[in-house]
Design a protein around this ligand. Structure first.
Ligand code: BES
Ligand code: MG
Ligand code: ZN
Length: 505
């Protein structure tokens, strides 16, 4: 009964959200001349009219810094003037935006994140941002909103276990040319932010406080947004024949859960987002060794990303029909856990010889993908999973790896990723022969062949005829240090990418 008490405590902890600070943003066509810091942009090749006007007000002091420092306005470089005593400002921060035609949403959001971190370090509690003259084109509202978005994403913190959580944050006033357009753009970004923050918090939470039951309870919070939540327990999974998902959950006392979150904002055929939700990956009897095991609370980041995306769509009231199907289990060792060499049957019918219990992600996904197809008949299915160490060796932890036969979808998703700093790199499917089993239809681990690819190829079988994309986010889910719009802890990787793709297509 222990876990029931824990679950209710957790709901409290999560909903008492971790934002004890929260940055504030307001947009108007004119700002008061009063803030700790004034931010002005300086482009490498633009007219910099706003900078020049300001320079006049400061009697040429700003231009003097630029000259003395040889400041060219290169992207993300900053320089500053400590404001004279008679000024309402304490500091004028000049921020380089690089070349005008290179500036886009992704670069400006990253810039917002980095500038925010600098302001926090300077203990600036208020900042005015002059955003009339950044590009000289009409997309300024898009850039202003994305700069704020980047700053807010960087501001997010997971500090519930700290004795004294930090309270330092910044209140921003933006001077923009189109208040209305900027506010509307920012409003949509706020929905996406809420999805990212949910995914980050779920990922950052420690494994004993984020079990499959805890995750299912967190998903239920979305019911208030009009999202339908269904949770299947181990007995139901068995009844439906979902032997692979059920087996992975068998090593922990709660067992596995299938969590389904459906936001029906249109009557189109649904788009299914399938997430790997391993709340802790010990490896099972094929146990992990070394320090890497301590990061395995984040092995549910795929599930967090797809749930976060559904939250974003629901909050934005997007006219999209999206369902997240999440295979949740803790991959633990116990007398009940799967033994290496066991054979399980998937709901789809294929039998799998589990040669390595650490290749558990593809097992939970196979049944989750089957369920998504069977119950929702989706037009497109995208799965997101922290699936393989091999993916990290291939493309590192800044790119995610994408696998699909569908060139159109790969191109659309890659383009969406470029808009939000969640970049994809395509790797091949194939090497199916490596998955042959002596006693079952297939094994869960390739005998040779590239690991990220054999894992993807295992999943391909369960996509059937559905248009399908697999995104391996191993290494993308958790960061130690803040950078750009990422703050330390869970990254929420995938929420911005999928939201951008859904809203653009
Ligand atoms: N969750 C891991 C993959 C992973 C590794 C994610 C490092 C994030 C960081 C996955 O379940 C796993 O253990 N994969 C094995 C598969 C192997 C046994 C075929 C791997 O990649 O080593
Ligand atoms: Mg594993
Ligand atoms: Zn795993």
């Amino acid at each position: 009964m222990k876990h029931i008490i824990k679950a209710s405590l957790l709901t409290l902890a999560i909903s008492a959200s971790l934002n004890t600070h929260a940055a504030q943003f307001s947009f108007s066509s004119k700002v008061d001349n009063d803030a700790h810091t004034l931010i002005v942009f300086y482009s490498q090749d633009g007219k910099n009219n706003q900078f020049k006007n300001l320079d006049k007000q400061f009697n040429g002091q700003l231009q003097r810094i630029i000259d003395v420092e040889n400041f060219e306005g290169k992207y993300a470089k900053t320089t500053q003037l400590i404001a004279p005593l008679n000024s309402n400002y304490k500091r004028i921060l000049v921020v380089g935006t690089g070349k005008q035609n290179e500036l886009n949403k992704a670069r400006i959001a990253k810039l917002g994140g980095n500038v925010h971190a600098q302001l926090v370090k300077y203990k600036a509690d208020t900042a005015n941002v002059l955003f009339d003259d950044v590009t000289g084109v009409d997309a300024n509202h898009l850039l202003a909103a994305n700069f704020a978005h980047g700053a807010n994403l960087r501001d997010h913190r997971f500090e519930k276990y700290k004795q004294t959580p930090s309270t330092q944050t910044v209140t921003y006033s933006f001077d923009v040319d189109s208040t209305k357009k900027t506010k509307a753009t920012y409003k949509q970004l706020e929905s996406i932010q809420a999805g990212v923050f949910l995914a980050r918090d779920l990922t950052s939470e420690v494994a004993t406080e984020m079990t499959p039951v805890d995750f299912a309870n967190a998903a239920k919070d979305l019911e208030s947004l009009g999202v339908t939540i269904t949770v299947l327990k181990p007995e139901q999974l068995k009844e439906l024949g979902m032997g692979a998902l059920e087996a992975v959950g068998r090593g922990s006392d709660q067992g596995a859960r299938l969590v389904v979150a459906h936001y029906k904002g249109s009557n189109d055929d649904p788009i299914a987002l399938v997430g790997k939700g391993i709340t802790f990956d010990s490896g099972g009897y094929s146990i992990k060794t070394g320090a890497s095991i301590a990061r395995m609370k984040s092995d549910m980041a795929g599930a967090a990303a797809v749930l976060g995306t559904v939250k974003a769509m629901a909050m934005a009231k997007a006219d999209k029909n999206v369902v997240a199907v999440m295979g949740m289990a803790a991959n633990m060792v116990s007398q009940f856990a799967v033994a290496p060499g066991d054979v399980v049957r998937t709901a789809e019918g294929l039998s799998v010889e589990i040669l390595n219990t650490d290749a558990e992600g593809r097992l939970v996904l196979s049944d989750a993908m089957w369920y998504a197809r069977k119950h929702f008949n989706p037009s497109i299915m995208i799965d997101v999973a922290t699936l393989t160490g091999s993916k990290i060796r291939a493309v590192g932890n800044e790119y995610a790896a994408v696998f699909s036969k569908d060139d159109t979808l790969v191109n659309q998703l890659t383009l969406a990723g470029e808009q939000v700093n969640e970049n994809l790199w395509r790797l091949p499917l194939g090497y199916k022969d490596m998955l042959k089993s002596d006693i079952a239809d297939i094994t869960n681990v390739g005998s040779g062949g590239p690991g990220a690819t054999t894992a993807a190829t295992f999943l391909e079988h369960f996509a059937g005829e559905t248009r399908w994309v697999h995104i391996d986010i191993a290494g993308n889910a958790l960061v130690k240090k803040g950078k750009g719009e990422l703050s330390p802890g869970g990254t929420g990787y995938g929420v911005r990418l999928l939201s951008e793709w859904l809203l653009a297509n």
